[in-house]
Design a protein around this ligand. Structure first.
Ligand SMILES: Cc1cc2nc3c(=O)[nH]c(=O)nc-3n(C[C@H](O)[C@H](O)[C@H](O)COP(=O)(O)OP(=O)(O)OC[C@H]3O[C@@H](n4cnc5c(N)ncnc54)[C@H](O)[C@@H]3O)c2cc1C
Length: 423
């Protein structure tokens, strides 16, 4: 038996949890793996819900994450509809909503996050999109009302806007931010994204917050902080997500803005690990504690932790954060993380040409690369980010990939011409 473990319980049957099981088997773990999933659905792909599945004319089919055959071949005891209700760290049990007490030598907490709630004044939670049930409600409302208001212009809000527009729905987006996703993208790219939407008829009411919401499906009134009232038959919120940690109350596992782990994925409780959306981990490359709410991260970090447990290792996870988003058939991708105050530099293409690659950095540090198209170049920057490359190295790479850039970079006023400082 590797690492002296015989029983691993994984809480969460999605990207991070199933990948942790894969990592365990990949590293030769032969003991038992029990995966608890609160939902009844076979594990499914979440990102397609705000994209193809929302657009689909016919009843959408969830995209399977693992076939039952693969789960069986991996000798995973997948218990759907069984949520973890408590963690006993002294006697080493996970207690489920069925009243089972599952013994463990190691636990991987991979229970993800859930939408941050906004309620009407009457206390009704406004709809959001996280599960297939949410998707059904949203699709029905789109067909029924033909008009929708989205509160929040994050990735999910914008993807939903794009998908609804494709279905002929009239969409209004409300957000306290002046531009959608501005903290993530900086003002110029955020403007580009907003323009993509407005060109297709999406209306934005930006830089004004929601004060309160009253009403019910069919007739909502959204009161804004500027005193105006916005009426909408249906309102969907996309105002961020929170780690699903209630069931850990009193367990002794440290939770501060997510389950706190070290770079290897270990919590403060021996034998208890955390991965994916729920984990707030120390990222060696970023030099800070982060919670990454992206699909690829959940898959990679989950697998990494499975490998660590099976091998009895504490190798740090230092995958470069990555996300993609699809809107109006356009895919945007980003490696790394833009930070407040970063300069942005277009090193390939331009906003007008439909393909571009932008670098973000500050004070000699290289933080992120964001692109529409330019996939091959983007991978080169990922490698550079992975080895902690500097801004000058990023510029040198930019010149290699795009010799035409030289003249631009040699201009004394290149900063004014090619960069845009973010707030
Ligand atoms: C609509 C939508 C679109 C997205 N699109 C993208 C995208 O384009 N690109 C991208 O990078 N990311 C995207 N994401 C984010 C991505 O889906 C998440 O980062 C990823 O799913 C996280 O995986 P996870 O396994 O950590 O958590 P989750 O996928 O949230 O899975 C956690 C699972 O644990 C279960 N669970 C919760 N509590 C318990 C419990 N107590 N016991 C047992 N099980 C429990 C939940 O039911 C859930 O199935 C999107 C998310 C949504 C909602």
């Amino acid at each position: 038996m590797t690492g002296g473990f015989e029983r691993v319980v994984v809480v969460g049957a999605s990207a991070a949890g199933l990948s942790a099981a894969d990592g365990l088997r990949e590293a030769g773990f032969t003991g038992s793996i029990t995966v608890l999933g609160a939902e009844l659905h076979q594990p499914y792909d979440r990102p397609t819900m705000s994209k193809a599945l929302l657009v689909a004319e016919e009843d959408p089919q969830l995209l399977e994450l693992r076939s039952p055959e693969r789960i069986e071949a991996n000798r995973v005891d997948l218990r759907l509809g069984h949520a973890a209700a408590g963690l006993d760290v002294d006697r080493r049990y996970v207690v489920t909503t069925y009243g089972e007490a599952l013994p463990w030598d190691a636990v991987v907490i991979a229970c993800g996050s859930r939408p941050r709630e906004m309620r009407t004044l009457a206390g009704e939670v406004l709809p959001a999109l996280r599960t297939p049930e949410d998707l059904r409600v949203l699709r029905e409302a789109a067909a029924r009302y033909g008009e929708m208001t989205l509160i929040g212009s994050g990735f999910i809000g914008l993807e939903v806007a794009a998908a609804l527009v494709a279905r002929g729905v009239t969409v209004t987006v409300l957000d306290a931010l002046p531009l959608p996703l501005e903290p993530v993208l900086g003002p110029e790219l955020a403007t580009h994204l907003r323009d993509l939407h407005t060109a297709r008829g999406v209306r934005f009411r930006s830089a004004v917050a929601v004060a309160s919401v009253t009403g019910q499906p069919g007739a909502y009134e959204v009161r804004l902080t500027d005193g105006s009232v916005h009426r909408a038959p249906f309102v969907l919120t996309g105002i961020g997500a929170e780690p699903a940690v209630d069931w850990l109350a009193g367990s002794g596992v440290e939770v501060t803005g997510g389950i706190v782990t070290d770079a290897a994925g270990r919590t403060n409780v021996p034998g208890v690990w955390a991965a994916g959306d729920v984990a707030a981990f120390h990222h060696p490359l970023l030099g800070q504690r982060v919670r990454v709410e992206h699909w690829t991260h959940a898959v990679e970090q989950g697998r990494h932790i499975g490998l660590n447990i099976a091998r009895g290792e504490t190798t740090p996870y230092q995958g470069v954060p990555y996300f993609w988003t699809d809107q109006y058939g356009v895919r945007f991708q980003c490696y790394g993380r833009r930070r407040a105050g970063d300069r942005s530099l277009f090193v390939e293409g331009s906003l007008d040409t439909g393909e571009f690659l932008v670098l973000f950095g500050h004070a000699g540090e290289f933080h992120a690369a964001f692109a529409r198209g330019r996939v091959r170049s983007l991978r080169d920057y990922r490698k550079l980010l992975a080895r902690g490359g500097t801004w000058n190295e990023a510029l040198a790479l930019a010149r290699t990939n795009n010799p035409d850039l030289d003249t631009t970079l040699s201009c004394t006023n290149r900063k004014e011409r090619t960069t845009h400082e973010a707030a």
